[in-house]
Structure formats: C-alpha cells, structure tokens
Design a protein around this ligand. Structure first.
Ligand SMILES: [Zn+2]
Length: 235
C-alpha cells in the first residue's frame, strides 16, 4: 500500500527544490509523476519556483473548492493515454494552502489508488499557528519528515516571521505571499519572510506566540488563562 508523506520545513528550507529533485529522480528511471499545487500560491502561476533557479510547470492547480481526487484521476488518465504507463507518484507543492478536504483526498489517493503522494509545505504561519492544510497533513500523513534550514543565529529555524518593508510584524492576515505587495490604508508595502528559531522569534515578538490567531481559552471557565501579551522576559 502506498503512503502519504508530508515533508515540512520553514521557508527557505528548499522544499520546492527537493520536490523538483524527487520528480527528476522518478523520471530518470522512466517513471511518470504528476505535480500539483494550490491556486492560492501566486508566486509562479502554474510554475514551481525553486530558489536555486530551477523552474517547472505543475500538471494541475487546485483552487480552494477543487475536487483533488477527481483532478488527479483526470490527469492520471491523460498520462496513461499519452505515455502508455501509469503515474508513479503525485507531488504537491505549497501544501499548507490545501483545504482539509483536499488533504483527505491525498490520503485516499495513496490508499485507494496505491500511488504515493508527497506533499511539501510549511507547518505554521507567521503567528506560529498551523495552516489548515498542514494541520490536516500532520494529523493523517503516514510519514512526517522535516526539511531543515538555519536561523540567522545558526540554530534550526522552525518559524516563519513576516516582515513588511523589512520590519517584523506579528499581526495581519494568515496568508500574504512573500514578495507580494500588501495594499492597506497605509499604502502598498512589500511582504517578506525570515525563518527564525524559537529563541529569535520570541526575541522579535517580545515573547508573543499565536498573536490572536487562535482564540484561547476555548471554554473560558474550564481552561487556564492564555495570554498573548508581551512576556516581560523578552522586553
Ligand atoms: Zn535564531
């Protein structure tokens, strides 16, 4: 039985590069693969953009409501017609932007169609909270593998801190594609990200994690107080 793999890492950990390498490894041995990504990633339209400069188009894009299973089967049949052989693997880039239902479909493809699915993505947003697609992958993938990158201090980076015109921000929408221009009342501002270790993140955020992204406590009476206020240790 094939498996669903989630290979996650902070930004700049080489996920797209690793995915294109995986595709190459399959194809070098005469196998066919399908590449997909969610539509919300506007970095390269149909393209996978690796930071090492390698680019390649995906076979299909998944809009938020798209039927991932159906789209996969459609492109799989086209591949069989065109090349006379079945797909050996489905590779999905920017998987954090998939819906939970689409991630469920990835597991069904692996189990019911017996085709390995490898999803690449970042685990958490700039406020250290999981993207819905990543959370679902962490819940149901057969295999979890971390792709590592380093923080400016040399430790392993685990968080993705957002910067607007070079200044760290800890408030805002969950999704803001890097190199995009955020347009707000203050005007258009460039959004970038820096991968940080836990210590450097806390230093920059003055001890704040989960800055209002997830509301705690869920049951006000039952849970202990949860604060998103700055921590005096970091001021
Ligand atoms: Zn650090």
């Amino acid at each position: 039985m094939a498996k669903l793999y989630f290979r996650f890492g902070a930004m700049n950990s080489g996920k797209s590069t690793a995915m294109l390498q995986a595709a190459y490894n399959y194809e070098e041995r005469g196998h066919r693969v399908l590449l997909a990504k969610p539509a919300v990633d506007t970095k390269g339209d149909m393209g996978i953009l690796s930071r090492l400069g390698v680019t390649r188009d995906v076979d299909f894009v998944l809009t938020p409501d798209a039927d991932a299973y159906g789209k996969f089967q459609h492109h799989r049949e086209r591949t069989i017609k065109r090349f006379g052989r079945d797909v050996s693997c489905l590779l999905v880039d920017e998987a954090q932007f998939l819906s939970e239902a689409q991630v469920d479909d990835l597991l069904r493809i692996a189990i019911l169609e017996n085709i390995p699915v490898i999803a690449y993505g970042i685990r958490t947003d700039f406020q250290t909270v999981a993207f819905p697609g990543s959370r679902r992958l962490l819940e149901i993938a057969h295999s979890l593998e971390e792709l590592k990158t380093i923080c400016r201090c040399g430790r392993k980076a685990i968080f993705n801190a957002r910067k607007i015109v070079g200044i760290f921000v800890f408030d805002g929408d969950q999704v803001a594609i890097d190199t995009s221009i955020e347009v707000s009342e203050a005007g258009a501002r460039e959004v970038t990200y820096e991968s940080l270790c836990g210590a450097c993140y806390l230093q920059e955020s003055r001890g704040v994690l989960n800055n209002g992204r997830r509301r705690w406590p869920i049951e006000a009476s039952a849970a202990p107080a949860y604060t998103t206020e700055p921590d005096p240790d970091f001021t």
